[in-house]
Design a protein around this ligand. Structure first.
Ligand code: FHN
Length: 438
């Protein structure tokens, strides 16, 4: 295994923006948006490549407006965005020299990664690229299905199987080199995904990460090369030297109590969540989650020290579906009033107040300021707060600064602040009270 040096100081520096910004947009887009049955359709329908290639020949998302994508993310209060540069089908949204199976070789003809990066940077949103280490298009990688391990029965080194798979790894590493070299400074690299015994050095992970860290010294990466700790979606413990991955990526789950390394130190983590039940565009999937539920998920992630990256799957024209845009706008209206309880915030633990996790909602904290998010009607905040009354100096509605009269006996202004972030109107959620402590 190649040597590598984990630099804690450098790690803390590069993670600063990520741990502050908390909320990102995931974008799954590719030729699979034409059949519109999700990004796994080659596997789920066992579709041979000759039936898939016509989508490549047809691909022309004529209405794709990356700036409109970026503005939708900005309106929602998302501070970073990650686009699939290549998903498991092997189709590249960037102008790679390694293959003709790329967007610049379709009727659309454009380098979508370049357009995405330009548009989101122009809107002041940090940018990341998702890259699939699985590739059903490359001849040296099994056609589809993640259970077809390329190195079945762990052949001996130097065997033909190893040589063939090494050829694929050379290709994969070269593509990562291209995206780390040709598109300016990247803020985030999102690898996807390891499985069975295909993890760590089976991808030549240290060699890959040494190259990434040399070309993009400040980029942060997820843990899905799976060198440190098993399982990206599992709640397994991870080792405390995250050289091969800076944050853990529970998929579609929020860890009950956040995530910690084997020494008990809190880990950076990000829950990745779809708005409906699919990552890639799926025209019949109308099961979109209501915005308040997704706001709850965002608040819950931050209250447990994590981030939320929320997915959109643009359709074959390149448009983000109307249902997704409506959800993003409703989240944005909440964020406009309450983002102080998200950006720069984390768990209540570790602050000046000992306060239990309430069953009525979630608490986030930024330094000495606590934000109580009441999911249920506040029948009189005091009993809800679980905080000694003499520790509260004043209460305000976070959404509009309205004073909430509680008691005129509070005079201590040097106590920590508490603020409730109201979850806004919704058919399900009554307007809770929020408060500020000065
Ligand atoms: O197989 C992929 C899937 O298509 C999607 O990209 C998700 C996003 O986290 N990752 C893998 C499944 O875990």
């Amino acid at each position: 295994m190649l040597a590598y040096q984990f630099d804690r100081e450098r790690y803390n520096r590069r993670m600063k923006w990520y741990l502050h910004d908390r909320f990102g947009m995931f974008i799954h887009f590719g030729i699979y948006s034409i059949p519109a049955r999700g990004e796994w359709l080659r596997s789920t329908e066992e579709m041979p490549e000759e039936l898939y290639l016509p989508y490549f020949e047809e691909f022309n998302p004529y209405a794709l407006d990356a700036r409109a994508w970026a503005r939708a993310a900005k309106r929602a209060g998302m501070r970073y965005a990650v686009l699939t540069s290549k998903h498991h089908d092997g189709f590249c949204l960037f102008d790679t020299k390694t293959t003709d199976f790329k967007s610049t070789n379709t009727p659309y003809g454009r380098d979508i990664v370049a357009d995405f990066l330009d548009a989101f940077r122009a809107e002041g949103i940090r940018v990341g690229l998702y890259y699939s280490v699985i590739d059903w298009h490359h001849p040296d990688f099994p056609q589809y299905g993640d259970r077809q391990a390329p190195l079945r029965n762990d052949p001996v080194a130097g065997s033909n199987e190893h040589r063939v798979f090494d050829r694929y790894l050379d290709y994969m590493h070269e593509q990562v080199r291209e995206i780390c070299t040709n598109y300016g400074k990247l803020d985030l690299l999102w690898f996807d995904f390891s499985y069975d015994d295909m993890r760590g050095e089976k991808w030549r992970a240290t060699e890959l990460m040494n190259m990434v860290r040399e070309l993009q010294p400040d980029v942060i990466t997820n843990n899905r090369l799976e060198v440190s700790g098993e399982g990206f979606g599992s709640l397994a413990q991870c080792d405390p030297t995250p050289y091969h991955g800076d944050f853990v990526t529970p998929e579609r789950i929020i860890p009950p109590n956040g995530l910690f390394d084997v020494e008990g130190n809190p880990l950076a983590w990000e829950a990745c969540i779809t708005m409906n039940d699919n990552w890639g565009y799926f025209s019949h999937d109308t099961n979109f989650k209501p915005a308040p539920m997704l706001i709850h998920k965002l608040v819950e992630c931050v209250s447990k020290g994590g981030n939320l990256i929320l997915n959109v799957g643009p359709d074959a024209t390149g448009r983000i579906p109307d249902q997704s845009l409506a959800i993003l706008d409703e989240i944005g209206r909440w964020m406009e009033r309450n983002s102080a309880s998200i950006y720069g915030c984390g768990p209540a633990a570790g602050g000046p107040l000992e306060v239990e996790r309430p069953e009525y909602g979630r608490i986030t904290r930024n330094g000495d300021t606590y934000y109580f998010h009441l999911y249920e009607n506040a029948l009189g905040p005091m009993p809800l707060l679980g905080v000694p009354k003499e520790r509260i100096a004043s209460m305000r509605l976070l959404r509009d600064g309205t004073e909430v009269q509680l008691s005129n006996s509070w005079t201590h202004s040097d106590y920590p602040n508490i603020a409730f972030a109201d979850l806004g109107p919704s058919p399900v959620l009554p307007d809770p009270v929020d408060t500020v402590l000065a």
